[in-house]
Design a protein around this ligand. Structure first.
Ligand SMILES: C[S@@+](CC[C@H](N)C(=O)[O-])C[C@H]1O[C@@H](n2cnc3c(N)ncnc32)[C@H](O)[C@@H]1O
Length: 272
């Protein structure tokens, strides 16, 4: 059993480093994830992991603890409606407004293992052939190095491609290799994966037209949520869009952002 002192120590560490808030009631989650990590590291138990973290902490161990506490649940075309909104409203609007620059930049700001940015790339490839002469970029970031590596490899199991991906798109954009499905290089062409902690400064990230930041703010407290939303809005171009998770009602959305309902997708557009 995790002791209250151990829980406080790990919860504080995780909150300070990643923003993930582990309040009361999360003892079991922390205990089971860290027991698993202790096993992977060849330690006897959670007590030994606690002593190591407390008295011999290294940057690597800290990363491993954070990594263990992230929830990487994701699937292709999650919630569907935001991708309908991209197809029917957002990209047509941006193409009309950015015709001079011929550039559109997307950011999947907690991309997990890549299903979200690849879903964006498939939407663009399927419905906007005209973008082939544009400079289109998709930036995909996450705090989890393991998730980023998996996304970059673009290698998915049968179970993963069965979740949300229409079979026509599977056949068109993936190649089967043994037990895995590998993403076609066409989808990866304009995509860049990078490790990024949303709590830290967004170095080198600016002038975005569309930001997907879905199902990550739910892990943060109100103040952290508000700070991250402000930072996201800052790097958005005028007229750009922010898409949050379906269940996420942001407190403190800056007044430059207008609420837009596209079909059943709630999006936020920055004033022009
Ligand atoms: C539940 S997944 C959501 C993935 C995807 N956006 C979706 O909607 O399917 C949440 C992701 O947020 C990442 N995450 C948690 N805290 C983070 C932070 N401080 N900075 C960046 N990513 C973070 C986790 O590693 C995880 O991959």
């Amino acid at each position: 059993m995790i002791t209250p002192e151990q829980f406080r120590f790990f919860a504080d560490l995780v909150k300070a480093s990643s923003g993930i808030a582990l309040g009361k009631g999360k003892e079991y989650l922390l205990e089971s994830r860290l027991n698993e990590l202790a096993k992977v590291l060849g330690l006897k138990d959670l007590d030994e992991l606690y002593r190591k973290a407390r008295f011999q902490m290294t940057p690597k161990l800290k990363d491993q603890i954070i990594e263990a506490m992230t929830t990487n649940e994701t699937y292709f075309f999650r919630d569907q409606h935001p991708f309908e909104a991209l197809k029917n409203e957002i990209v047509p609007d941006l193409m009309a407004n950015n015709n001079g620059r011929k550039q559109i930049r997307f950011w999947s700001a907690a991309c997990s293992t890549g299903q979200e940015p690849y879903s964006i790339a498939m939407t663009l490839s399927e419905y906007f052939p005209g973008l082939s002469t544009w400079n289109t970029e998709i930036l995909a970031t996450d705090i989890s190095q393991q998730a980023i590596q998996k996304g970059q490899a673009g290698r998915f199991t049968q179970v993963e491609v069965n979740r949300g991906l229409p079979v026509t798109l599977l056949i068109k954009y993936f190649k089967q290799q043994g037990a895995f499905w590998i993403v076609d290089s066409r989808l990866k062409k304009n995509m860049r994966f990078r490790r990024l902690n949303l709590l830290q400064p967004f170095v080198g990230i600016r002038d975005l037209d569309v930001i997907f930041c879905r199902y990550v703010l739910i892990y943060f407290d109100q103040q952290t949520k508000k700070q991250i939303i402000e930072k996201l809005v800052k790097v958005l171009r005028p007229g750009g869009y922010l898409v949050l998770g379906a269940t996420e009602t942001p407190v403190g959305m800056p007044s430059v952002m207008q609420r837009k309902m596209f079909g059943r997708a709630l999006c936020w557009q920055k004033n022009l």
